[in-house]
Design a protein around this ligand. Structure first.
Ligand SMILES: NC(=O)c1ccc[n+]([C@@H]2O[C@H](COP(=O)([O-])OP(=O)(O)OC[C@H]3O[C@@H](n4cnc5c(N)ncnc54)[C@H](O)[C@@H]3O)[C@@H](O)[C@H]2O)c1
Length: 349
């Protein structure tokens, strides 16, 4: 079967979705929606698909089975719930929602309507990450002792000025909720579940409501811990996004500009030099190569009625950790998980 896709939000990330959809035999770009007329006109000319300025109108189109949400983050929950109530499967960009209440409502809407809900954490498909995950599942690390992640990126004033939603508490958050959520997702996928969080954040250099720098310590239920260091003020350009895992019998470091390149691979009996020479090239930008894989996986999940690689329940986990970090900063205390739904972004900050 060929699935009709409807995409909401024709901005920066939409191209990665459209490129994937239009290159898959099992997918067809049926329609796009945006409130910006110029972007709609450009999409119509380039892809010849139907266009809508009101996503609720697009949801009435019976030729659409899957809706990809690429609109500002603060709109994800409302759009996703409306789409699922209209009987569509939904693949939503990260962060899936701005609060746990929203995330819970999205997960409930998928359940109620018998449709799939997937979250775009495409870095789970990075070749280096797939290899790391396999090593972990095979027990090659022994007992995990600790981990560390960095997101050392550059987002200048022009980046934040290009759309009014960027850096706001209502629609975006800061360098954790926007840029670092992918790596936090990977960290918790490898080491979770998280027991508690303590953090500092700051808005050092950019005129935004959210944070442009953060450090946090995570304690996991398995006794391991990890550090997070994230910022969007690294001068003068993106430096790296790294994930390190340490265990009693293994050490792995994945770096590159977007956690795509193995930098250390140490297990007993392994020739690290061979692993390090057998590498993918750096992606052209920090979005990486994973959108094709995650959209293909989601389409397969719909076709075969199985769980997608990153269902709503998984996407919720990184949101919960980031909200716990925000609360640790606000109340200057260690925050224990699970959080209740009353924890929302920006409360008291
Ligand atoms: N997975 C990734 O690596 C990745 C990378 C970049 C962005 N994102 C996420 O994708 C989302 C969009 O980011 P972006 O950088 O493309 O933003 P953007 O501002 O470039 O694009 C958003 C688009 O949504 C449109 N829009 C706003 N309100 C709308 C509405 N009510 N109905 C229809 N369209 C509407 C805007 O006009 C704009 O064209 C964000 O949630 C962001 O976090 C994910």
């Amino acid at each position: 079967m060929q699935y009709g896709f409807g995409l909401i939000g024709c901005g920066r990330i939409a191209n990665n979705h459209i490129k994937a959809i239009t290159s898959m035999d099992s997918a067809r770009l049926a329609a796009v929606c945006d409130i910006d007329d110029a972007r709609l006109a450009a999409a119509k000319e380039q892809y010849g698909c139907q266009t809508y300025s009101d996503y609720c109108e697009m949801l009435k189109n019976p030729g659409i089975q899957i809706v990809n949400i690429c609109a500002p983050s603060g709109l994800h929950a409302r759009m996703a719930i409306d789409a699922m109530n209209a009987g569509k499967h939904v693949l939503v960009e990260k962060p899936m929602a701005m609060s746990l209440k929203e995330a819970a409502a999205m997960i409930a809407a998928a359940e109620k309507n018998g449709v799939k809900l997937g979250v775009v954490h495409q870095n789970r498909f990075n070749k280096a990450i797939v290899k790391l995950r396999r090593a972990l599942e095979e027990g090659r690390f022994g007992k995990l002792t600790h981990g560390a992640l960095t997101v050392r990126w550059h987002r200048d004033k022009n980046y934040y000025d290009q759309a009014p939603w960027r850096g706001t508490w209502a629609q975006d958050g800061g360098c954790l909720m926007n840029q670092s959520i992918h790596n936090i997702d990977l960290l918790q996928w490898m080491m979770g579940p998280v027991e508690s969080v303590f953090a500092y954040t700051a808005t050092n250099a950019r005129e935004i409501e959210g944070e442009d720098a953060a450090v946090a310590v995570l304690k996991f239920k398995n006794g391991a811990f990890a550090t997070i260091e994230a910022s969007t003020t690294v001068y003068p350009c993106n430096l790296e996004e790294t994930l390190h895992l340490f265990g009693t019998t293994g050490t792995v470091g994945v770096g590159g500009v977007a956690v795509n390149k193995i930098e250390a691979w140490r297990f007993e009996g392994v020739d690290e030099a061979v692993v390090l020479t057998d590498q993918d090239k750096e992606p052209p930008n920090v979005y990486g190569f994973g959108h094709y894989d995650i959209i293909r996986d989601f389409t397969d999940a719909v076709a075969s009625d199985r769980r997608p690689a990153v269902p709503g329940e998984e996407g919720r986990k990184a949101v919960e950790i980031i909200l716990a970090i925000y609360h640790s900063v606000t109340y200057r205390e260690e925050v224990k998980l699970p959080l209740t739904e009353k924890f929302t972004i920006g409360v008291g900050i």
